[in-house]
Design a protein around this ligand. Structure first.
Ligand code: ATP
Ligand code: MG
Length: 393
């Protein structure tokens, strides 16, 4: 089996080989190559120690963050590439962190400490594909399986629970029976994982194709970190979630829409301010009445997230939402540059000030002007609005 390795990676392998070290592409890149999926990054693994790598790559720009774990990042033809020294299994502390890092000169040992069989495939041009743990067969049968003893592997690093769900969801694979049993059995170990890590994996899970089957089969696991997501809430969300591919924020909004403390949940899971704004704006406007172009403009004047995001959310949650109509109105508003925000007005605060108004009055008057031009866009001219202010104040 031949795998296409890009030049900027091959030159690094060649240089290590010329210096009598071995090197392989490992992990996600090989998995995805065999599945015919896009490859976002190539990780290399080598028997050269970090100090030896620094010598081999002395003429390259490199970054040493991660060096205590054996990883250096080399800039190859402008692309950052992580190269990690083979590591061996270690004992783990607190169900997440290895007690220390031991380097190894043995590729099999390095593969053995990896999480799933499909993530422990290695490849280089000289030796071809290396598969110590049946990863190719599992890829073939579409199975996520822990390397070694599932009970121990999950106990030592509980993050693997969420990684298994994420890969199963993304690839539409099944989690092998033993691994699945241990995931259910040891789910409470997720309490040892930091909220930041949970957040990252959870967002990854939310983005996966097979999210509904993950939510259905592993609801007990998800309830460990979002206990508010009761069974019936998950069940009721499934139809909406299954609509066309939706991003993680929209899917989270769908899941939380009927839960009163959604903000608290987002805070707890370390959602950023920007993510919270998107999710909460969708939820808060779930029922906004939108049946005319004027209503849409009034709504847009208060909406603080991209309309497209809201539109996708609303389409997903509400079968009665007039998707086509609303979108046509939106297009028309955009095409005709119809005003719906204060900054679209032909006048601004200074204009109103010059007419003799101060403070809060200015804002109120501008708002009245906006309401007027939302109804009749053709009135958005300096003359009309000044006349209107003089007339009605
Ligand atoms: P992705 O496409 O999501 O990047 P990936 O397989 O490259 O998939 P990474 O999280 O980038 O996943 O990790 C790279 C490799 O490191 C994995 O393929 C796996 O071999 C190993 N790995 C990562 N996290 C763990 C873990 N918690 N336990 C064991 N091995 C792990
Ligand atoms: Mg990766």
């Amino acid at each position: 089996m031949k795998i296409q390795i890009p030049d900027y990676i091959q030159v690094l392998i060649d240089l290590l080989n010329q210096n009598h070290y071995s090197a392989y592409v490992v992990g996600g890149a090989i998995r995805n190559a065999l599945l015919g999926l896009p490859i976002h990054d190539y990780d290399l693994t080598t028997d050269a120690t970090p100090d030896e790598m620094l010598k081999v790559f002395s003429s390259y720009r490199l970054f040493k963050t991660g060096i205590q774990h054996g990883t250096i990042t080399v800039l190859s033809k402008g692309q950052p590439v992580e190269i990690t020294t083979f590591r061996s299994e270690n004992t783990y502390e607190d169900h997440r962190h290895p007690s220390g890092v031991s380097f190894s000169d043995n590729i099999e040992e390095d593969c053995k400490r990896r999480d799933f069989t499909i993530n422990a495939l290695c490849y280089n041009k000289r030796e071809g594909l290396i598969d110590f743990f049946g990863g190719i067969e599992d890829l073939h049968h579409q199975i996520i399986r822990c390397i070694g003893n599932a009970s121990e592997r999950i106990d030592e690093d509980a993050l693997r629970i969420l990684r298994a769900l994420r890969f199963a969801g993304r690839l539409s694979f099944t989690i092998e029976e033993n691994t699945a049993t241990e995931i259910h059995k040891q789910k409470d170990l997720l309490h040892y994982i930091s909220e930041e890590r949970i957040h990252n994996e959870w967002v990854g899970i939310l983005e996966t194709n097979a999210l509904s089957s993950i939510l259905t089969e592993y609801s007990d696991v998800i309830q460990v970190f979002i206990p508010e997501l009761k069974e019936y809430i998950i069940q009721e969300s499934l139809t909406s979630i299954n609509q066309s591919p939706l991003n993680a924020n929209i899917r989270m909004a769908i899941l939380l829409k009927d839960i009163s403390n959604s903000k608290e949940i987002l805070e707890r899971l370390k959602y950023s301010g920007a993510e919270q704004t998107v999710i909460l704006s969708c939820i808060r406007n779930s029922e906004y009445k939108l049946s005319s172009k004027i209503e849409l403009k009034q709504f847009l004047s208060t909406l603080n997230i991209p309309f497209d995001t809201y539109h996708q959310y609303r389409t997903a949650i509400n079968p009665n939402y007039q998707r086509e109509n609303i979108h046509a109105y939106y297009q028309e508003i955009q095409n005709m540059h119809e005003p719906y925000q204060l900054r679209d007005l032909a006048i601004n605060g200074n204009t109103v000030k010059e007419l003799g108004y101060h403070g809060k009055d200015i804002r109120d008057i501008l708002q009245r002007c906006l309401d007027a031009v939302i109804e009749k866009p053709e009135n958005n001219t300096i003359e009309y609005l000044i006349n209107m202010i003089k007339r009605t104040s």
